[in-house]
Design a protein around this ligand. Structure first.
Ligand SMILES: [Zn+2]
Length: 325
């Protein structure tokens, strides 16, 4: 009986949230709400790495999703976030992480063509060297051999996976034992990253802007505070070469707790960063907050009903993390 009441209760909650999600902006036009969408790769040929994390959206589904976002939201330019008075009700921001070649070639080229603003968070170290993201390297190595033998101090079964726990010292140690540096093979497993000149050609439109994702794709929780800030500052410095940059930061991997914590937020706030993004799939009720949540869209979100469902869940998740910034 109690179980039934609980189920009914969550059903009522879901229905109410559904109504609020679909009609909310009409009922409360003055609210400074923002939905930040997150993409990684746009391609009809997903790589093994992007498939294992659901990172790739096909061209057709991407266009369906963008058309739905345009119908139901006002898409803002990232710089508008710094002028909260200008933010319309039911605003959306379209963001990407990591700088995949397909995200540019298939996604941002389409957005630029339709004069739709977008924001890409980059690890400039990986882009400049054209070497794989550290998270992809860790996943590739994990799939190839028994890492427990190489890192006996690490309990990969019980603790977090290697791509969240590996740090620069471990990577160096691993490469010194294995002298594994078949980056071309790993790039194929991961998917190619765009080059600096490609990225710059997309920013020239004025619709595409760049943000900071650390100099390399380490998990913030696996770094010391000094390493974290060094990676943050080095990337900030490299990005400042372009005029199409906002001083925004997005955490690699993006989950509160396993990927970042309060101490990172305090360090970033002290450094004067203008906005910080994470990605636990929620919607923000207040654009003025320094810390904003993002909602990834997936290949399976391929009809308007599935997209509304994604949004209802995102509204239920919200931006109610326990961190204070
Ligand atoms: Zn990333």
């Amino acid at each position: 009986m109690l179980h039934r009441i609980k189920r009914l209760n969550s059903l009522v909650k879901y229905v109410l949230q559904y109504i609020k999600t679909v009609f909310g902006h009409k009922l409360y036009p003055g609210r400074k709400k923002i939905t930040v969408f997150l993409y990684h790769e746009i391609s009809d040929e997903p790589t093994a790495f992007s498939q294992s994390f659901g990172l790739c959206v096909s061209n057709q589904v991407f266009r369906t999703q963008i058309a739905w976002i345009r119908r139901n939201f006002t898409i803002i330019h990232p710089a508008d976030l710094l002028q909260p008075r200008q933010i319309p009700s039911n605003a959306a921001l379209i963001t990407f992480d990591d700088g995949f070649h397909g995200a540019y070639h298939n996604g941002i080229s389409y957005l630029n063509e339709h004069k739709i603003p977008s924001l890409m968070f980059l690890n400039m170290g990986c882009i400049l060297d054209q070497k794989p993201l550290e998270s992809a390297l860790a996943c590739y190595y994990s799939s190839k051999e028994n890492l427990q033998e190489i890192f006996p101090g690490l309990n990969l079964e019980k603790n977090t996976p290697l791509h969240l726990s590996i740090n620069p010292r471990m990577m160096e140690e691993y490469l010194s034992i294995k002298s594994y540096s078949d980056y071309e093979k790993i790039n194929r497993y991961q998917g190619e990253l765009a080059t600096v000149s490609e990225i710059m050609s997309y920013t020239d439109s004025g619709f595409h802007t760049l943000g900071n994702h650390l100099y390399r794709h380490w998990n913030a929780e696996a770094l010391s505070d000094e390493e974290f800030m060094h990676m943050f500052n080095e990337n900030r410095e490299r990005l400042s070469d372009s005029e199409y940059v906002v001083d925004f930061f997005a955490f690699p991997n993006g989950q509160p707790g396993s990927c970042f914590s309060q101490r990172h937020l305090s360090l970033l706030k002290e450094a004067g960063v203008k906005k910080i993004f994470y990605s636990s799939g929620g919607i923000n009720d207040d654009t003025d907050k320094l810390l904003l949540n993002r909602t990834a869209l997936f290949e399976t979100d391929n009809t308007k009903w599935k997209l509304w469902k994604r949004l209802v869940i995102a509204n239920l998740i919200g931006n109610n993390h326990s961190y204070l910034v």
